[in-house]
Design a protein around this ligand. Sequence first.
Ligand SMILES: Nc1ncnc2c1ncn2[C@@H]1O[C@H](COP(=O)(O)OP(=O)(O)O)[C@@H](O)[C@H]1O
Ligand SMILES: Nc1ccn([C@@H]2O[C@H](COP(=O)(O)OP(=O)(O)O)[C@@H](O)[C@H]2O)c(=O)n1
Length: 220
Amino acid sequence: MTHPASLIIAVDGPAASGKGTIARALAHRYGLPHLDTGKLYRATGLSVRLSGGAPEDADFAAAAARGLDPALLDDPDLMSSENAQAASIVSAHPGVRAALLAVQRAFAAQPGGAVLDGRDIGTVIAPHAPAKLFVTATPLCRAQRRHAELARSGDPRNLATVLADIEARDARDSGRSTAPLVRAGDAALLDTTELGIDAAVQRAIALVESAIAAGGQQQV
Ligand SMILES: Nc1ncnc2c1ncn2[C@@H]1O[C@H](COP(=O)(O)OP(=O)(O)O)[C@@H](O)[C@H]1O
Ligand SMILES: Nc1ccn([C@@H]2O[C@H](COP(=O)(O)OP(=O)(O)O)[C@@H](O)[C@H]2O)c(=O)n1
């Protein structure tokens, strides 16, 4: 199939649903740059923690987001469980989201297009993206995946703790008033609970191809 000259693919979903895995595979498939937007919120949470601030402090967190040091994106603590909770708390502050908006919109608007994954790509960052996926899986399935991933990195948390962490984050991400985690009305739903990685990626490609066939060019 011929593809539009510029293609933006928005991939949203809850923690450990497989959205990052799918977004990376789509970026490879279509030769597009990829942005894991969760890392921006994780870096903001980490910055607040390293400065001794509280993630609940909206002004402190917004200042951290405005002055983000790109080196934090490579910090070993970025992907830790503690930092995931901090990211979820700082991400609910409107000032944090406002500070991180421009860089994400600019990434989406680059010539040729891009793949972005997060919570609000299809609703806020790139609402006119022609291809949108909402990736999900049951909480237990997501906890099992994240538990295995954390165990590989040496994190000793048990499955029940990982599940509780994921449910707390889901509730916070879905319940916040600014840019909550919600499926865009025009996003295709992709439940990966019963799908392995290869099957999930193939399904994602099929959904993107359908969206391209139905849509065409787009603006951010
Ligand atoms: N369909 C799948 N089946 C099994 N494991 C998966 C699947 N998709 C992703 N994973 C694994 O689950 C973990 C979380 O996936 P990831 O893509 O990082 O999720 P997210 O970006 O939604 O947090 C990773 O270890 C990844 O390899
Ligand atoms: N576009 C985004 C991406 C992440 N986030 C927040 O950042 C946290 C970490 O995101 P992440 O994508 O790295 O988390 P995982 O899904 O990989 O566990 C999430 O729990 C959200 O609170 C957000 O609010 N908006």
